[in-house]
Design a protein around this ligand. Sequence first.
Ligand SMILES: NC(=O)C1=CN([C@@H]2O[C@H](COP(=O)(O)OP(=O)(O)OC[C@H]3O[C@@H](n4cnc5c(N)ncnc54)[C@H](O)[C@@H]3O)[C@@H](O)[C@H]2O)C=CC1
Ligand SMILES: O=C(O)[C@H]1O[C@H](OP(=O)(O)OP(=O)(O)OC[C@H]2O[C@@H](n3ccc(=O)[nH]c3=O)[C@H](O)[C@@H]2O)[C@H](O)[C@@H](O)[C@@H]1O
Length: 430
Amino acid sequence: MEISIVGSGYVGTTVAACFADLGHTVMTIDIDEQIVDQLNHGKAPIHEPELDELINIYGGNQLTATTDYAAVRDTDITFLALPTPSNADGSIDTSAIEASARTLGEALAAKDGSHQVVVKSTVVPGTTEDVLYPLLNEAADKETDQQIDVAMNPEFLSQGTAVTDFQTPDKIVFGTQTDRATQLLTDVFEPLIAESSPAVVETGIREAEMIKYANNAFLATKISLINELGNLCKEYGVDAYEVATAIGLDDRIGKQFLRSGVGWGGSCFPKDTRALIAAADEVNYEPSLLEAAVEVNEKQPKRLLDLLEKHVDVSDRQIAVLGLAFKSGTDDIRGSRAVPTIEGLQERNADIVAYDPVAIEHMRETFPDIDYAESAAAALNGAHGAVVVTDWDEFSALDAEFDQMTTPVVVDGRRVITRQDDIIYEGITW
Ligand SMILES: NC(=O)C1=CN([C@@H]2O[C@H](COP(=O)(O)OP(=O)(O)OC[C@H]3O[C@@H](n4cnc5c(N)ncnc54)[C@H](O)[C@@H]3O)[C@@H](O)[C@H]2O)C=CC1
Ligand SMILES: O=C(O)[C@H]1O[C@H](OP(=O)(O)OP(=O)(O)OC[C@H]2O[C@@H](n3ccc(=O)[nH]c3=O)[C@H](O)[C@@H]2O)[C@H](O)[C@@H](O)[C@@H]1O
C-alpha cells in the first residue's frame, strides 16, 4: 500500500521504517528539513536500536521524506504522528496537530477520491472527531461521496525498544467509525498481524483515544505504587525487589513495571498523566489516585538526595550524576528524573559532574553550566558522592572506579550497581 506519515519523530520514524519493512511504500512529511534530508539519505534522525539498519535499507527508496504535504495525494492513507505536548495547565497542546490537519485537508482538496486519516498521536477523547475531523473536512471541502474518513490508532511502543515493540505488539487498536476505515487499517497491518498475531481491538474512536491514556495511566500508577511500597520496605529494612518479584508471581499483578526507583520520566507518562488529570478537571471529576501517583513520582528524586545527604554534605563538593536519559537505550531526556535531581543538587550548591553514554548533548541544552564527563570513571574520579539515575548496563560493570572517589558514597536510584563492599551504598527502596 501507499502510506503517508506526518511527523517524523520517535513514533513517525519508527512506524515509517516498520511499515516499509512490512512491504508498504511510505512517504513521510515533516516541517524539519534536516530530518527530511537525513531520512532521504538513509539515516535515522533519532537514536533507537535497530532503526538505523531499517532506515539504511529503505531510506531514499521505499521510504522517502518531504516537507511538501502535496505528497499525501499519491497515498491511500495518512497517519498523523505529531507532538501533543503539555500546556501550562497540563492539558494537551493540539496546535501542531491542528495546524497539520488544516494543511493536510488543503492538500487533500486536490485529491480525486476519498482518503483515510489516522491519528496516531496521543489525544484526549473527542479530539479526533470534534477537533481534527471538522478541520480536515472544512479544508478539504470534498463532495460527500469523496469523503475523508478519520480513525484513531494509538501507539504503544516504548523508546529504546521501539522497533521490536512495533513489530511484536501485544495488541493493535483500531478506533473507527466506518467499516471502510476498519478494513483499510486491517490491510495496512495485515502482514504484521500474520507475522506476530497480536490481539486486534476494533472499537470506537473515543474508546481508542481513552485506551491509550488508560494504558499509560495504569503503568505510571503501577510504578508509583511499587515506589511507595518500596519506600516503606526500606524503612522496615526489607528489600523491595524481593517483595516485587514475589508479588509479580501473581498473574493478576504481573511481573512487569515493578522496578522501584527514582521514578518515571519520558515524553509520555508525565505528559499523559497530567493531560488526564486536566481532562478530568474539565468534566468536574477529581482523579485522586492519579494525582497521588504524580505526587509520589515527584518525591522520589528528593528522596534520592535525602539519602545522599545522610552520608555527605554536598555543598561545594563534587557529586557524580550517573545517567541523564529518562531510561536506558535512548538519548531522550524529556521528563528524565535526572532533571529534578540536578536541580536539587544545584539548590544544595553541589559541584555536579554528569555522565551519560548518549544523552549529554541533549542535557547540555537544559543545564549548560554543569560539568559533563566523558566516562562514568571520570565523573566518579574525586567525587564525594554519586547518584545513579538511569539504568544503563554499563553502570553495573563499575567496580575499581569507585576507588577513585574521595568518599565512596553511592546512592542507586535504579538498582544497577553491583559492587557493594568498600563503598557506602544506599538503594532508594532496598
Ligand atoms: N515517544 C514515544 O515513545 C511515544 C509517543 N506517542 C505519542 O505520539 C505523538 C508523537 O510523539 P513523538 O514521536 O515522540 O514526537 P516527536 O516530538 O519526537 O516528533 C514529532 C515530529 O513532528 C514534526 N512536526 C511538528 N509539527 C509539524 C507539522 N505541522 N507538520 C509536519 N511535521 C510536524 C516535528 O518536526 C517532529 O519531527 C505524541 O502524541 C506522543 O504522545 C505515543 C506512543 C509512544
Ligand atoms: O506513550 C508513550 O510514549 C509510551 O510510554 C511508555 O514508554 P516509554 O516512556 O518509552 O518508556 P517506559 O519503559 O514505559 O519507561 C517510562 C519510565 O518509567 C520508568 N520505569 C519503568 C518501569 C519500571 O518498572 N520502573 C520504572 O521506574 C523508566 O525508567 C522510565 O523513566 C509506555 O511504556 C509505552 O507503552 C507508551 O507507548
